[in-house]
Structures are given as structure tokens and as C-alpha cells.
Design a protein around this ligand. Structure first.
Ligand SMILES: [Zn+2]
Length: 323
């Protein structure tokens, strides 16, 4: 029902800044996040990695609101009525279709929106996250196991080169909305791309020579990273972090850890480490953090995407004996 709430100021399409001012005034009774700086484009991002991109590329010309509150988990996000209104009032919504159906609904319901679905720039990959399929080709799989099969993997931001493509695509989108800022957006995207290129080079070099190439994660967030750097992830749960592993799955992982000489079970900052810690204890392994960068909190090992990814690289190098 809240999806039907459409702000009358949407009828004012141009001029842009007048429309921004009008909508902001209408939201003045709500002091929560989303109040935009006058004269800036109001950008709404579905989750942290897209907020990071929008901040970096938009710079001073945008005010960015992240729909996923820091410390909460972005999969299957629910939107408040105020957030639905924020989507409707935004000059640009940057989102990832299928990851957050409530955001998809808000974008589809709001008329005359500029919305950038990042999967139109970087297509999502279907991924089989079962242990058997990834690690023991040809092995028979038990039908009783609650493996995820052929699900679409939303975690495209964990390959830094995908983020470079998104930065350039976002710059183009912002420039089409705000042509006066085109050179700024292009320059900002270029600066970010250099940072991300350095990150990509650090991963390529840092993970080139390792004693092991397999790592154990909580949920199957690291497929794009593994593809990029020739690693293999074994995930305790599937593509969504709330899936509980079956006892059979846990037994499989424990066996694989021993067979492959793995040292570490990785857990995340936004979800409970309990299952990872149990498996690690039973298998005599260490635990460490591998962050899917789905949100930033006080627990994060870094203050932004690039810093957390550098921390991830350090953790992977340590766990896998990379020289
Ligand atoms: Zn995830």
C-alpha cells in the first residue's frame, strides 16, 4: 500500500534544481536521512557499494542516501514509507535489480524516475554454490542437501574491475541528468578507476603464488572475486546469508578443509559468526573476517570499499599461504 504514495512534486520534471528544492521542502517534516544539500542532485543508492560509487563519482554535486541502514544486511531489504518516498523523489536511483525486490518495486512504481540498474552495465552470473559442483567435479550430489543451484549471484562489486565499469556508467548517467557537471563526473570516475585499478593489481599480484587457492566463506558472496583471481570459494550457506547449512553440508565442508589443507573459516561482520566458529572449532581451524562489503559499521576492517577490500586481500593471503 505504501507503494501507492506518489509525491505531487514529481509532476515538475524540469528545471531540475527547482524540482529538487520543491521535493525537499515537502519532506521537511521528516528529519531522518535523505535531506539533500540545496543545489545538489539527490541520489538514492540501494546498498553500500553503490553509495560508495555515487559519492565518489558525484562528488560535491550530489547528495547520496543509502537505503540499507549501516549495520543491516542488504539482501531482501524492506523499505520504510519514507524510503519509498525518497526513491520517488530522487533525481537518480542507483540499484541492483533482483538483489533487493523492495527497491525494484519502488523504482517500478514511481513514475518518471531516472534509475540506473547496475546489472545493465555488469550482467549477473548464475552460480552453483554447492560444494560438490565446485570442488569435486563429477561427484554425485545428494538430493537431500539444501544446496543452491543455478541462482543468480548478486555480489558483482567484489570484483574491483566491475566497480570500474560501474563508475564510468554512473558518470555517463549523471552527466545526462546534469550536463554542466559532465567533466567533473568523468574526472571523478577516472580518479576512482585508478584507485580500483591499483586494488585489482594488488589482488592479482598478492594472490598469484599461494599454497592453496580454496577458501571457506560464510555465504557465497565471493564468486566474482574468486573468478577474477583464480580462487575457489566454499560457502557454508548459499548466496543469501540467512540460509542455515544442513549437517551434511557442514560435514562436506569439514572433509574438504582437511583434504585441501585449509587453515581458516571466514566469517562476516554483518552476520553471526556462530556457524563459522562451530565448524572451525570442530575441524581445528582458525577463523578470520572476509567482508563482502555489503555495509560499513564500527566492526568493519576499513572505512570504505577500497580499504575493506585491502583488508580482505591481507586475510586471503594469510589463510592461503601466499608469498
Ligand atoms: Zn550477500
Amino acid at each position: 500500500m505504501i507503494l501507492m504514495k506518489i509525491k505531487p512534486c514529481l509532476a515538475a520534471i524540469v528545471p531540475l534544481f527547482l524540482a529538487v528544492a520543491g521535493c525537499s521542502a515537502g519532506a521537511a517534516s521528516d528529519p531522518s536521512p535523505g535531506t539533500s544539500t540545496p543545489g545538489t542532485l539527490r541520489v538514492v543508492a540501494g546498498l553500500y557499494p553503490l553509495e560508495y560509487l555515487a559519492d565518489a563519482v558525484g562528488g560535491d554535486r550530489v547528495t547520496v542516501e543509502n537505503l540499507t541502514v549501516p549495520g543491516t544486511e542488504p539482501h531482501d531489504l524492506e523499505l520504510t514509507a519514507r524510503q519509498v518516498a525518497a526513491v520517488a523523489e530522487a533525481d537518480l536511483v542507483v540499484f541492483e535489480r533482483t538483489l533487493q525486490p523492495a527497491v525494484d518495486d519502488a523504482v517500478d512504481t514511481a513514475p518518471a524516475r531516472r534509475a540506473l540498474d547496475v546489472t545493465t552495465i555488469v550482467p549477473l552470473v548464475d552460480r552453483d554454490t554447492s560444494v560438490a559442483a565446485e570442488e569435486t567435479p563429477g561427484a554425485e550430489e545428494s538430493e537431500a542437501d539444501d544446496h543452491d543451484h543455478g541462482d543468480t549471484d548478486p555480489h558483482l562489486w567484489l570484483d574491483p574491475t566491475n566497480m570500474i565499469d560501474l563508475a564510468h556508467g554512473l558518470a555517463d548517467e549523471l552527466a545526462s541528468i546534469d550536463p554542466d557537471g559532465a567533466t567533473v563526473y568523468t574526472a571523478n570516475a577516472e580518479t576512482l578507476a585508478q584507485r580500483l585499478n591499483d586494488l585489482d593489481a594488488a589482488f592479482s599480484t598478492g594472490l598469484a603464488t599461494c599454497q592453496r587457492r580454496t577458501f571457506i566463506t560464510s555465504h557465497a558472496a565471493f564468486g566474482y572475486l574468486a573468478d577474477r583471481y583464480d580462487l575457489a570459494q566454499i560457502s557454508i550457506s548459499g548466496l543469501a546469508p540467512d540460509a542455515m547449512p544442513s549437517p551434511a553440508r557442514i560435514a562436506e565442508i569439514t572433509t574438504l578443509a582437511h583434504d585441501e589443507g585449509l587453515t581458516t573459516v571466514f566469517f562476516e561482520t554483518l552476520t553471526s559468526p556462530e556457524v563459522a566458529e562451530t565448524i572451525a572449532r570442530d575441524a581445528g581451524l582458525a577463523t578470520d573476517v572476509l567482508d563482502p562489503v555489503e555495509g560499513i559499521t564500527d566492526q568493519s576492517h576499513g572505512s570504505d570499499y577500497a580499504e575493506i577490500m585491502e583488508s580482505n586481500l591481507t586475510a586471503l593471503r594469510s589463510a592461503n599461504g601466499c608469498s
